[in-house]
Design a protein around this ligand. Structure first.
Ligand code: ADP
Ligand code: MG
Length: 249
């Protein structure tokens, strides 16, 4: 791994909300195609960091965001999307009344060929993206017919149609059952194997250890460190997240 050039490289990321420092000089790298977990207690700055990289928030001056050979001082949502950075939010920004095909393909096809979007091309694009994830859904059904776990898969398929190179997932398993979680983790592995890097935020440490090759820990908005998950334990991650040591008996 040490020879691989990072896809994303962050340095000096600072963010203040009304005098509260939500992020303090955070920096780390994400390698192409890796699954990289972001761990930290509630309020440690995980979502804020994602919002900076995806262009929702503007960091303080001095930030360096290197992505795919380009250097940025901040992102906008359009810049991030065009560069291949996509995010699957907890409250998915999807359209329940529209069909699965429309949810997956409409936005991207509209951006590319504004005058020629028709339903059959959306359908084909959507089915291809779902097939890449190893999933079959009836793309003609409205999204509202499907539960949250499938909607998440639809959001991931949409990210693929948008030519994602890096996908952020913010607590994607929070409202999933165990079997839905297992399925989502399979899909994350498929994404990663196809060369798409995934930054995965989760409170569930068993899941973190299962899915990721590396782990970045934040505490109170500051970087604790970046670790390989090989040989890491749940109690060690908890120690890193809280700064407290626990009896290992
Ligand atoms: P996490 O996702 O790790 O739980 P967040 O990034 O949501 O943490 O929050 C980090 C800190 O920034 C918290 O103290 C939170 O209250 C604060 N914060 C986040 N977003 C805002 C906002 N829009 N306005 C004010 N404070 C915020
Ligand atoms: Mg959060």
């Amino acid at each position: 791994d040490s020879g691989r050039k990072p896809l994303l490289s962050l340095r000096n990321i600072n963010m203040t909300f009304g005098g509260v420092r939500a992020l303090k000089d955070v920096g780390f790298d994400v390698l192409p195609g890796e699954v990289h977990c972001l761990a930290g207690e509630n309020g440690s700055g995980k979502s804020t960091l994602i919002k900076i990289i995806t262009g929702v928030y503007r960091p303080q001056d001095g930030a360096v965001i290197e992505f795919d050979g380009q250097t940025y001082s901040h992102m906008s949502p359009v810049t991030a999307q065009n560069a291949g950075i996509q995010v699957i939010w907890q409250d998915l920004a999807l359209f329940p009344e529209m069909t699965v095909a429309e949810n997956i393909a409409f936005q991207t096809l509209l951006g590319r060929r504004p005058r020629f979007v028709n339903y059959s091309s959306m359908r084909k694009t959507a089915e291809k993206a779902l097939a890449r994830l190893g999933v079959t859904l009836d793309v003609d059904r409205p999204l509202k017919d499907y539960p949250i776990a499938q909607r998440q898969i639809v959001a991931i398929a949409r990210a693929l149609v948008g030519e994602a190179r890096l996908v952020f997932m913010d607590e994607p398993t929070a409202s999933l059952t165990q079997s839905e979680t297992d399925h989502l983790l399979d899909i994350v592995r498929t994404l990663s194997a196809s060369g798409v890097a995934v930054v995965f935020v989760s409170h569930r440490l068993a899941e973190v250890l299962e899915i990721s090759s590396r782990l970045t820990v934040l505490r109170d908005g500051a970087l604790v460190g970046v670790y390989s998950t090989g040989g890491m334990t749940q109690s060690r991650i908890t120690e890193l997240m809280t700064g407290k040591t626990f009896d290992q008996t």
